[in-house]
Design a protein around this ligand. Structure first.
Ligand SMILES: NC(=O)C1=CN([C@@H]2O[C@H](COP(=O)(O)OP(=O)(O)OC[C@H]3O[C@@H](n4cnc5c(N)ncnc54)[C@H](OP(=O)(O)O)[C@@H]3O)[C@@H](O)[C@H]2O)C=CC1
Ligand SMILES: CC(=O)N[C@@H](CCC(=O)OP(=O)(O)O)C(=O)O
Length: 343
């Protein structure tokens, strides 16, 4: 099957190429770049210099004729404009950006961008693979989740759906490596500002807040406000999310673990860690795993949840390929069997 990636010089695309080049059922047909068309992949990503690809300009007619699937790994706003003409030609689209994840007015408010055409927005399925496999298998537009929502929702959904948590605000703390901010040069992402430093950003206004609230209400079947504070930590990859929620009367730690076990019995990428072993970003680095742990704090009646993922893999490119596998009816793990890199 022929696939294309848009946003070819970015981190998400680099990870897509790394994963897709070893996928048993996929041929990378086109790498589309708005800034470096004509250059070889190895000049943009020297770690992929062994792969024979030349970046290309966006050409909707050519892509529509020659590829079956397009991954969008570009900033918010690009897929809203570029995805519909391709989808109209029957190309399956998997979008790593936020354009197709939210209600239009909510997207406009939190992203400050015009939403995609409603007809295509209505076609889109949210690509949290473990929770929406049946719909993803039929979808022609897949909205890959945000990196922080992936980790937070995988931990929270089984408990919210079971009614274990009071309908009070959930507190979510997210720590991310700097690759989450993309490859572009930005103040705040410079080595001298990230190294030896830890800081919060977008407090009270992070665009993943409404995404978490929407999916908790839809699939958790109970509305929760989310207080989300993202932070940058001095590492290149990885996300550690810690969540806190008030437990309803009668719920024990064992009950909560049973909810996780039931939800993830068949989930090849979810690892429920041994009690007292807490998720660490280095233990999922480079892999599509999400490691989970929880603890009930009896003194306060709260549960503390933790999830670790690689932001570029389960938080982006890896989950996008997992969704491709679900969409095409291939084994969910195809192309994704890489073990974490450690240390
Ligand atoms: N980094 C992460 O951990 C995660 C990222 N995401 C989302 O995935 C998407 C890609 O992220 P990431 O790869 O990190 O971002 P990068 O900034 O590293 O790369 C994005 C690429 O998009 C292309 N691009 C930039 N502006 C435009 C434009 N106006 N029109 C068309 N293409 C453009 C550029 O490639 P070129 O010049 O080759 O066209 C750029 O390199 C983003 O929407 C991001 O929010 C989602 C989950 C996690
Ligand atoms: C560390 C860092 O800056 N991370 C980015 C993640 C961006 C992202 O994935 O954005 P969308 O899901 O909205 O596409 C951020 O917090 O904005």
């Amino acid at each position: 099957m022929n696939v294309a990636v848009v946003g070819a010089t970015g981190y998400g695309s680099g990870e897509l190429v790394r994963i897709l080049s070893r996928h048993p059922h996929v041929k990378i047909h086109s790498l589309v770049s708005s800034s470096r068309a004509g250059e070889r992949l190895g000049t943009v990503f020297p770690h992929l210099a062994h792969l024979e690809h030349t970046l290309e300009e966006w050409n909707v007619d050519k892509l529509a004729k020659q590829v079956d699937v397009v991954f969008f790994a570009a900033p918010a706003g690009v897929s809203s404009e570029w995805l519909p003409p391709l989808a109209e030609e029957g190309v399956v689209a998997i979008d790593l950006a936020g354009d197709f994840r939210l209600e239009p007015e909510v997207y406009q408010q939190w992203y400050g961008q015009n939403p995609p055409p409603t007809a295509w927005l209505n076609q889109a399925q949210y690509g949290l693979s473990e929770w929406n496999a049946e719909a993803i298998a039929q979808a022609d537009v897949i909205a890959n989740p945000g990196c922080y929502p992936t980790a937070a929702l995988l931990a929270l959904l089984p408990l919210v759906q079971a009614g274990a948590l009071e309908a009070t605000p959930l507190v979510i703390d997210g720590k991310s490596g700097i690759s989450g901010a993309g490859r572009g040069l930005k103040l705040g992402s410079l080595f001298g500002e990230v190294e030896g430093n830890v800081f919060s950003y977008k407090v009270g206004k992070h665009q993943h807040t409404p995404e978490m609230e929407r999916i908790l209400a839809l699939w958790g079947k109970e509305s929760h406000r989310v207080i989300f504070t993202p932070q940058i930590v001095p590492m290149s990859r990885g996300i550690l999310v810690t969540g806190y929620g008030k437990l309803r009367q009668g719920w024990s730690e064992k009950d909560l673990r049973d909810c996780w076990k039931a939800a993830y019995e068949q989930a090849p990428f979810i690892r429920l860690l041994e009690e007292d072993r807490w998720p660490r970003t280095k233990e999922v680095r480079g892999s599509n795993f999400c490691d989970l742990q929880l603890h009930v704090d009896h003194r306060t009646g709260h549960v503390v949840l933790a999830a670790a993922i690689d932001n570029l893999v389960k938080g982006a490119a890896g989950q996008a390929v997992q969704n491709l596998n679900l969409r095409m009816g291939w084994p969910e793990t195809a192309g994704l069997t890489m073990d974490p890199l450690f240390p």
